[in-house]
Ligand binder design. Structure first.
Ligand code: HEC
Ligand code: HEC
Length: 800
């Protein structure tokens, strides 16, 4: 390894090593010697106060951001949005990700070898395939005789992927036909011809499962491009995920003075989340029957009650004020929510365009931007790590500080998981630092230089030919990567994405030159490209994910092949999963021997260092995410969980349709799960480790005794001018001791001009509303030992 050439990526390591121990013992500001600065953690830092990159020109479309967030949150969680009860949230409901275990296996649909795409493998302990339930011992998907040695014998391997179940295969016919599913969980307003495919058990259809694992939506707003292969373009075109790659993407613009309607291009940069959001609704895997247009979804939703199948908590931080609780849904209408959030130019026409209104025709524009603005509120910046970086040296334990040291130094993790976002692929880094341009050139694992997309790396999770990742192409045949487009630019060809590359920012310059001259470097590179000797490392590269809340977002990697952070650390410690096939290393493709990043090599971590690294990653959890407190609160949701039965046998209804299983995700208000008496969110498979990977360092922490008393939020109805007795304690949960019925204390309450009330000896409250509008009161209660509960909210719906 040539240390000079890797200087830029490693430059901070020595400094960090020198000063980290000071940090690790809490003496953060290192003294005296002039060359020692405050410890530089290669840009790692608190996320607090860091804003996603601005979107110039957004106000051309969005009139009121707050109204757009309301719309975005409703759309994201609405089971009526997709076909068959499928919402965005159906796969992003737990810490922004998905931790279901039943019917979550996909057969390796991205394999370059077509003969392997549709074959389900057995798992390590079972039959696998559709409707199978994964267990801890099925992980990881590649098992070595010695987990620390990638050259030891491979005991088990599969190209199958753990992901998320979407919809049953079908082709959209028309709206209002009404067909598939249980009416409790599906609006049944679309008719769809079901199609048999490989996802079935004995001929009974199961929902299709996506070819890549589901990443979290929390902090996804910072991604420069979204999706693991970056195909959700940085530029939003108002219509689909592909930015300017789709030359035909246009929206309908209305001039309110002339009433003239024309077609208009949308070009919003830093809007990869919007590009992403308009993908799933049209995906016959994720959300819909094939060939359903966005405007059909618009037509359907505009006529429905938002969240019409789901309860919304009255204290929901965004939706609460509009909730119809105890009935389902919101009191608003999507039509009005769009008018509140977006400018009249995009919905104002009352003419008919091919059987659709302007608002329906532009539904993808509203959908993308509203969801992007909702995702902009899903920023988790208050983990213990953030508090530590903001100066609270006690926020991390000694073990976690040592883990941070391994992360920055011996583990080399920070070389890719850098910045406050813990990923090089996020906007902040790329926008702010010139040297972090979109295309980079450096030495690869095989000591040859290569061009690659900054932030996207081949780390050897699977052989490259099982999923090309960033090396893939869009539907018009354009490469997804900036690198391959840059090559085309050097050859004088036009490319769809708009970006510039300055070869003087490369780590490995094309010619040795001081000072560096960009034009000369470019000319020299052009010659290499024309000669065909300049290589690229994009095949098998994936976007570096954030590690924030990673404790809760398993299973891990693009193929979901690792269940625990211990398994991830073991993977890095052995230098990746690349095992030679024949003579080569399985990370190469198309004649190239290796695309592996040079930092992926045996690390030689001790058991203690591994344990510390895992502990450090767990300090990146924001407790608001774990407790689903605002802004991470949400409506009730029902999610499909395979078909009743198992991988051998699936139950059917009388009409022969699959009898699906559904899980209720309860509504959570702004005070989070504890206020509902619910346990915090759990890691995938509850964090249970399989036996072979546990060298004694991951004994599960004992669950805390629920000794606390929990007051839960409630909603009541009371008639205007009449006295009603409400019983807020009925739902409350006693801890180790009984609830003291006489200890109720009211904190906030309407003024006595608005409402009269008194607390009765049995803990119930007698109230008489004197005004005709909804009111809230908060209260707490004690147990018989005098321990006080949290403060809970009573929403009182006043009616005449
Ligand atoms: C059937 C499950 C499913 C549904 C429904 C679904 N997603 Fe996803 N989501 C995924 C998977 C799988 C990926 C990763 C795909 C890839 O990278 O190729 C993903 C990726 C994402 C990402 C990118 C995160 C990143 O780090 O790159 C975001 C953001 C996201 N989804 C938001 C949404 C929104 C918004 C919706 C609704 C419009 C939605 N998802 C619907 C499964 C789902
Ligand atoms: C060369 C760049 C690079 C280095 C070095 C690196 N990572 Fe990663 N990391 C990635 C990429 C890229 C992925 C996604 C790979 C995939 O999905 O197949 C990833 C995925 C992960 C994941 C899974 C996240 C998820 O949500 O699925 C964890 C956890 C992780 N890395 C931790 C670490 C730790 C700990 C280290 C240091 C021991 C480290 N990484 C070093 C690039 C890197």
């Amino acid at each position: 390894m040539n240390n000079n050439t890797l200087y830029k990526r490693h430059r901070l390591t020595a400094l960090v090593a020198a000063s980290m121990l000071g940090l690790a013992t809490g003496i953060a500001s290192v003294h005296a010697e002039e060359e020692v600065e405050t410890p530089d953690l290669s840009g790692l830092g608190s996320l607090k106060g860091i804003q996603p990159a601005p979107v110039p020109g957004l106000d051309e479309y969005v009139k009121d951001e707050k109204a757009a967030v309301l719309l975005g949150k409703a759309l994201f969680w609405d089971m009526q949005a997709g076909s068959q009860g499928q919402a965005c949230a159906s796969c992003h409901y737990s810490a922004g990700a998905d931790n279901r275990t039943k019917n979550q296996i996909s057969p390796g649909l991205n394999n370059v070898d077509e003969t392997k795409r549709e074959i389900f493998d057995p798992t390590r302990t079972g039959i696998g395939g559709p409707n199978y339930t994964l267990v801890p011992d099925d992980f990881p998907f590649r098992v070595y005789a010695d987990p620390d040695d990638r050259n030891s014998q491979v005991l088990f391997d599969t190209d199958d992927v753990v992901s998320s179940q979407g919809v049953v295969g079908g082709v959209f016919d028309e709206l209002y036909g009404g067909s598939y599913g249980d009416p409790r969980y599906s609006d049944r307003r679309e008719s769809c011809e079901l199609v048999k495919d490989i996802f079935h058990v004995g001929g009974v259809s199961t929902r299709k499962v996506e070819p890549r694992n589901t990443p979290t939506v929390i902090n996804a707003i910072f991604n420069f491009r979204n999706f693991l292969d970056g195909r959700a373009n940085n530029t939003f075109n108002g219509v689909d995920p592909f930015g300017r790659r789709n030359q035909n993407a246009k929206v309908w613009h209305f001039n309110p003075y002339t009433e003239y309607v024309s077609m208009k291009e949308v070009n919003l940069i830093n809007s990869s989340a919007a590009s992403q959001a308009v993908g799933p609704p049209g995906s016959a895997f994720e959300m819909t029957c094939a060939n359903k247009a966005f405007r059909d979804m618009g037509k359907k939703l505009l006529n429905l009650k938002p969240l019409g199948l789901q309860q919304v908590d009255r204290s929901d931080s965004v939706l609460g004020a509009h909730s119809s609780y105890p009935n389902d849904g919101l009191r608003n209408r999507y039509r009005d929510m769009i008018k509140d959030a977006f400018n009249i130019e995009y919905w104002g026409s009352n003419k008919d365009f091919d059987g659709y209104s302007q608002m329906e025709q532009n539904f993808s524009l509203f959908w993308g931007l509203a969801i992007q603005l909702y995702e902009k509120t899903l920023i988790s910046d208050d983990s213990r790590f953030d508090r530590f970086m903001d100066g609270d040296s006690y926020a991390l334990s000694d073990l976690e500080k040592q883990g941070l040291e391994v992360f920055v130094d011996k583990g080399k993790c920070v070389n890719c998981h850098s910045g406050p976002e813990f990923s090089k692929a996020m906007t902040h880094l790329i926008a702010e630092e010139q040297e972090e341009g979109l295309v980079e050139r450096m030495l690869m694992g095989d000591q040859n230089t290569s061009l690659y997309d900054n932030g996207f790396y081949n780390i050897g999770v699977t052989p490259t030919k099982e999923d090309l990742g960033l090396g893939g192409k869009d539907q018009w045949g354009n490469p997804l990567s900036h690198t391959e487009q840059y090559i085309q630019k050097l050859l004088g060809n036009n490319v769809p994405d708009d970006f510039e590359v300055d070869p003087c920012t490369f780590e490995e310059k094309v010619i040795d030159q001081d000072p560096c001259n960009s034009a000369e470097q470019t000319e020299a590179l052009k010659l290499l490209v024309i000669a065909g000797t300049e290589r690229t490392a994009v095949h098998g590269a994936f976007k570096t994910p954030t590690l924030r809340n990673v404790e809760l977002t398993g299973p891990y990697m693009h193929d979901g092949s690792m269940a625990t952070l211990e398994q991830v650390v073991e993977f890095y410690n052995r230098g990746g999963n690349r095992t030679s096939e024949g003579s080569g290393d399985s990370t190469g493709f198309d004649g190239i021997s290796s695309n592996l990043d040079p930092d992926i090599r045996s690390l030689g971590l001790t058991d203690y260092e591994k344990k510390a690294l895992v502990a450090f990653m767990k300090s990146l959890t924001d407790e608001r995410v774990r407790q689903e407190k605002a802004p991470f609160d949400h409506p009730q949701l029902f999610i499909p969980n395979g078909v009743e039965g198992d991988e051998n046998y699936a139950e059917t209804n009388i009409n022969g349709s699959p009898r699906e299983e559904w899980i209720e995700i309860p509504m959570i208000g702004s005070h989070g799960r504890a206020a509902k008496g619910l346990e915090p969110l759990k890691p995938f498979l509850d964090g249970v480790n399989s036996d072979y990977d546990a060298p004694g360092y991951n004994e599960p922490e004992p669950a805390p005794e629920p000794s606390y008393i929990v007051a839960k939020d409630d909603a009541f109805s009371a008639k205007y001018g009449r006295t009603t007795v409400i019983k807020p304690l009925e739902n409350d949960v006693a801890g180790s001791y009984d609830i003291d019925l006489r200890s109720v204390v009211i904190h906030d309450a309407p003024s006595s001009l608005d409402c009269r009330y008194y607390i009765r000896s049995d803990g119930s409250i007698s109230i008489t509303p004197l005004k005709d509008y909804d009111m809230t009161m908060t209260y707490s209660v004690k147990d018989s030992k005098g321990n006080e509960s949290n403060v809970a909210t009573m929403n009182i719906n006043v009616y005449r």
